[in-house]
Design a binder for this molecule. Sequence first.
Ligand code: CAA
Length: 280
Amino acid sequence: MLREIRQNEKISYHIEGPFFIIRLVKPDNLNALEGEDYIYLGELLELADKNSDVYFTILQSTGRFFSSGADFKGIARAQMDDGVKYASETSKWLSNFVARNVYVTDAFIKHSKVLVCCLNGPAIGLSAALVALCDIVYSINDKVYLLYPFANLGLITEGGTSVSLPLKFGPNATYERLVFNKPFKYDIMCQNGFISKNFRMPSSDAEAFNEEVLKELREKVEGLYLPSCLGMKKLLKANHIDSFNKINSLEVNGSLQYWVDGEPLRRFGQLSSKERKHRL
Ligand code: CAA
């Protein structure tokens, strides 16, 4: 029985057979997400988890980016938040950063269904961290990349990336890209088996790409005993679950001081006014 869940204008979902399909539908701002949107993503994952007819949770997006990460307008709003009286800066950023971050990361870490990401374009920041927590990733073409611009924004690793990136790309490749704020481009994603298949479609065809991936998945699951898929996911996950649980707490508690000190806010402000750019 599916329980009711609130709606969100930036994220839609529907169920089709064994697939729980979540789609980012705000291409105008490159599917940037605010704190509440990340919480909603976590809630949807919980919903998929609880539905015994669902075996695969599929993340799709729209437009030319998968997601450009945390919405800088939302961050500015959190900073100006006069509606709530916080006892201190620590209290404010516990609510506006730590809580949402730890929650959505945990929802991905503990998710029991097979997580499939349809990477229709680049992903940045916390959204890119969630992509790295998926079990299977398909790409629309070779123009996709993942960027974790923490060094450019006065932040540190989050969303489990301290574990997921070395695990999937190797420690040294991860250091090079995190420390010098460089993207993980298609080449390294392919070399490491991060991308299972490149669909070689134009970037403007996100909708057709999403449909093509689903069509292939429908064919691939035909005749399978789907509880075996979940049983194997549980075992594969058992290798790293403790490291992910530990790092989720260390990352958010480590980041908190950066927010309290204020450097990320200054840098997000510069990003918003286009004084600061990421090197791509
Ligand atoms: N928040 C809000 N709006 C965003 C956005 C974001 N993160 N990313 C893009 N947009 C908006 C832009 O403001 C722009 O809107 P207007 O047309 O109204 O000006 C529109 O989307 C298109 O963006 P650009 O014109 O900048 O497109 P581009 O192709 O030239 O550049 C980009 C694309 C490199 C992604 C650039 O937009 C960018 O650097 N965005 C910021 C990415 C970012 O740093 N995100 C935060 C990551 S950190 C994080 O996620 C961790 C955390 O929890 C805090």
